[in-house]
Design a protein around this ligand. Sequence first.
Ligand code: PSU
Ligand code: MN
Length: 306
Amino acid sequence: MNHLTSFLSVSPEVRDALRTGQPVVALESTIISHGMPYPRNVETALNVERIIRENGAVPATVAIIQGKITVGCSQDQIEYLGQKGLAVTKASRRDLPVLLMRGEDGATTVATTMIGAALADIPVFVTGGIGGVHRGAETTMDISADLEELGRTPVLVVCAGAKSILDLGLTLEYLETKGVPVIGYGTEELPAFYTRTSGFRVDYRLDTPKEIAGAFRALRDCDLGGGMLVTNPIPEEYAMDPAYINGAIDEAIAECGRLGIHGKATTPYLLDKIQKLTGGASLEANIQLVYNNARLGARIAKELCE
Ligand code: PSU
Ligand code: MN
């Protein structure tokens, strides 16, 4: 462990895997409680864990359970978070101190899952999409804490890019400022979650888990600080039509503005609205891209253990 704290609880299975040098992959829980409807969220979370095992790594779903940063949630805990849904506190970095003091529960975002992974010494974390710079951030200042975390915490995050609910160009600028390498797995272009392309370029294209692991090893060996973002395009067969999905996204953003939704409620509102507008097609794409990321994350974690 990097830092022993009584607020950290690592499951016996994950602890053993880390002690014996086996690959471990961290997973977030806001995607369960706030990112998908019940019961598909629980089904997806358990499938992701199974895929990671099938690919030779140990899954470690992270959440705040009764005031502990829990690394390696049980099936019951995943079921609980999924059922409670939006009633669980969405916990980003700034939420941790009070939740831990009170002994409460929280679903971890990308930022807090990185914190948990780093405390437990897990280098690889798999998710769907990261938070970023929201459209209109030049007046709202709505920039996800995920980006700051990527700038400071040494964890490799595998995602399918970011949704175009965000300003992707500004998100890339922010990551550049923070010194975060943005890698495209087999692509020159930043994937936009539901689609394989976005019109924006990644910093580097790498074609193998071995090269990705090598770059991350260099980052850590040199103590550069901060993480690395690996963007993995959604498989072709599940990619959505850009005009269709971007139309739904624009409509969801307009509705969000009319309703005056802001702050931490913005991302969950947009995710839900897009799912409703597309009649569940976006949920299917979302699930498949997470599975695809789980396969890649497990392979990178294995390379890092070589
Ligand atoms: N984007 C998605 N799905 C998600 C999220 C973002 O496509 O589930 C979640 C993640 O947990 C991410 C968080 O860390 O939303 C970002 O929220 P905010 O923009 O409020 O920082
Ligand atoms: Mn925000």
